[in-house]
Write a protein that binds this ligand. Structure first.
Ligand code: MV4
Length: 631
């Protein structure tokens, strides 16, 4: 027996350790054993017993200081810590969150840190802050809503999703812990309604996904006003980077290369003329408010300038209710290279390498890969450094993307920065093994960055094909309908982010993204071969998809060699290749025709063999005609 009052005896300590050990056993064994261990403990240490009892019953191992002297607490802390140290490989973040939940979390984290020594912060950074999410509202739908739910679940955060009438039966709504009908009308863009639902549902964070409100500074500001954490950077940062002229100016000051262009919005056509003369043709008009290629006009000659200026202005006004246009030197056949960034609130910033998003059509990315075949280690380091400079200059926090154009001679230029998690984030996840959505949420909750630049290693190669419900043989027209048959590919290196299932209704109301198919390989060749295999395995019946388009690209020699720019699809006549695929498909015989052809052939054979035919000559002629037409 040890000393009374000032310390906990080793028997009691062992007893506590034993209880905790059992409490950490798989659920199906634990409860009975805990009760058993408890019986012995009740007499020996009623105070500790009562305390642990409460902790375990509430499933929160939380130490209340009341009734304890400091020295008691320290001993108990040591016991728990040493126990946790032993158990640490099998403890998940979600368990740790339960453990530290409550008033003395700071102390407990201290104990944990002490007990664990200097170990990878990755496992507990999010826990060191009081400002944690208990429930996150997801202001989005489809694939990305499901992706966010999955991240929250792994973090032990409850989710509540808002949904429209059309989305009532979708997987995202089924997977979320709670859901709330947003009503008819504006739906996912109704900022006041969404804030109201977040309050009502007691969510203290909102994840906007991508699209919709993801880069809406007004919405972020409304979240800030209502003390709900917008999972993304501050409204001020969104506003700054949403203006491409201001964004360029900001990063330029930090020494990041940009293209020659107007430093202010163009006032009139006269200014446009003057500026074009100064920087020389070709030039490009862009909207300061940006997005979706709206307002983009390439001008190669002085006499094309005015028309381009007027039509760009009109288009921008229609799309953004904003006339702000600027001009830039046009880069012929660039590659679109973007760097993934993570930044915390304590000025730690890392990049997670680049994505090559050059395979686009009408400003829609269709294939993305990481790393880029155009970069070597030296250029990657240079561009990565520039990306970090850009992020630093913008005082950025969270997950973001810095976009560059890379010209033929491998000069790079910052063009804009995205303040959201992007559709194509998965390719970076596959080569870095970092869960970007989880990290984004942790960072928003005030966590310190769990990585430094040296801990980021690029492993192999990843490629993503966006599978849309569109007909690539018909100008990518949206294809609506019900998915009648669904069988996703599997096997090594395959990842799918999708909300598809048999019976899923593809509606014209939202974008046409059905599934993100990501393939990882130890090198680019392996990733490509896996992608081709996976595309052939993938069965999506009932709607037309972009799968044939992807096969046409993957079969292209220039793509295989990594030689492509943003003009790839046009330059390589990829759409003609897609049509050839369809022609080939159309030539495939129906079973009916097959039966007729075979039976005719058999009849012919019998006729020859027996020297006579019983078939009606008209029928025979008809069959012969069919064969002649088909072969
Ligand atoms: C450019 C460019 C060439 N030079 N800027 C910016 C937004 C993105 N959606 C397209 N952007 C481009 N900006 C300069 N100074 C080339 C593109 C570009 C592009 C332009 C017109 C038509 C198709 C394009 C596809 C990819 C990139």
């Amino acid at each position: 027996m040890g000393k009374r009052k000032n310390s906990i005896s080793s028997r009691i300590k062992n007893s506590i350790v034993s209880v905790l050990n059992k409490s950490l056993m798989p659920a199906e064994h634990s409860y009975k054993s805990i009760i058993k261990a408890f019986k012995g403990m009740k007499k020996a240490a009623p105070l500790v017993y009562g305390e642990i009892d409460r902790l375990i019953k509430s499933n929160i191992v939380h130490i209340d200081k009341r009734g304890f002297k400091k020295s008691h607490l320290a001993k108990l802390g040591d016991a728990i810590t040493s126990n946790l140290v032993k158990k640490i490989p099998s403890i998940h973040e979600i368990d740790l969150r339960k453990i530290v939940k409550g008033r003395s979390s700071q102390t407990f984290i201290g104990m944990l840190a002490k007990g664990l020594g200097s170990f990878n912060e990755k496992e507990y950074t999010v826990l060191s802050k009081e400002k944690k999410f208990n429930r996150v509202l997801i202001a989005n739908r489809g694939e990305i809503a499901l992706r966010v739910i999955r991240a929250c679940r792994e973090l032990g955060i409850e989710t509540v999703i808002v949904y429209s009438k059309q989305d009532r039966d979708t997987l995202a709504v089924k997977f979320a812990d709670k859901s709330y009908y947003i009503g008819p009308g504006a739906g996912y863009l109704d900022i006041n309604k969404i804030i109201g639902i977040a309050k009502k549902m007691k969510a203290n964070g909102i994840h906007p996904g991508y699209g919709f409100l993801a880069e809406n500074a007004k919405f972020a500001k409304l979240c800030e006003k209502n003390r709900i954490k917008f999972i993304g950077p501050s409204s001020k940062t969104i506003e700054l980077l949403g203006d491409k002229i201001k964004a360029k100016k900001t990063v330029k000051k930090a020494g990041v290369p940009i293209l020659k262009g107007t430093a202010k919005p163009l006032k009139d056509i006269k200014e446009a003329f003057k500026f074009a003369k100064k920087i020389g043709f070709p030039v490009i008009f862009k909207a300061a408010a940006g997005g979706g290629g709206k307002g983009i006009r390439i001008v190669r000659k002085m006499d094309e300038l005015e028309k381009a200026y007027e039509s760009a202005k009109a288009e921008v006004f229609l799309s953004f209710n904003d006339k702000m246009l600027f001009m830039e030197k046009y880069v012929e056949s660039p590659r679109h290279i973007e760097f993934q960034i993570l930044a915390d609130q304590y000025k730690n910033i890392i990049h997670l390498g680049e994505r090559d998003c050059s395979i686009q059509r009408k400003h829609q990315k269709l294939i993305e890969e990481s790393p880029s075949p155009a970069l070597d280690d030296e250029l990657r380091e240079k561009m990565g450094e520039a990306a970090i400079k850009a992020v630093t200059a913008a005082k950025y926090e969270g997950a973001g993307t810095v976009e560059f154009l890379l010209d033929k001679t491998k000069n790079f230029y910052f063009i804009e920065m995205n303040t959201r998690i992007q559709v194509e984030h998965g390719v970076t996840e596959m080569v870095t093994d970092v869960d970007l959505v989880k990290e984004q949420i942790k960072l928003a909750s005030g966590a310190k960055l769990a990585f430094n630049q040296d801990s980021i290693k690029i492993d192999g190669w990843a490629i993503e094909c966006r599978i849309n419900a569109e007909d690539p043989a018909n100008n990518f027209a949206p294809s609506i309908g019900t998915i009648t048959n669904y069988l996703p590919p599997g096997g090594p290196g395959i990842r799918i982010n999708s909300i598809c299932h048999q019976g899923y209704k593809v509606l014209p109301d939202y974008d046409s993204l059905l599934s993100l198919l990501i393939c990882h390989g130890s090198n680019r060749q392996e990733a490509i071969v896996r992608m081709m295999r996976a595309l052939h395995e993938y069965i999506i019946g009932g709607v037309k998809t972009t799968i044939p388009f992807h096969l046409a690209v993957l079969n292209n020699k220039n793509f295989y060699r990594g030689r492509f720019t943003t003009n790839f699809i046009v330059k390589n006549n990829i759409l003609d290749e897609v049509n050839k695929y369809y022609e080939h498909k159309r030539k495939e015989l129906t079973n009916e025709k097959r039966v007729i052809i075979v039976s005719t052939a058999v009849a012919k054979y019998m006729e020859k063999k027996n020297g006579s035919s019983k078939a009606n000559p008209w029928v025979m002629a008809g069959r012969q005609e069919l064969i002649d037409n088909e072969t």
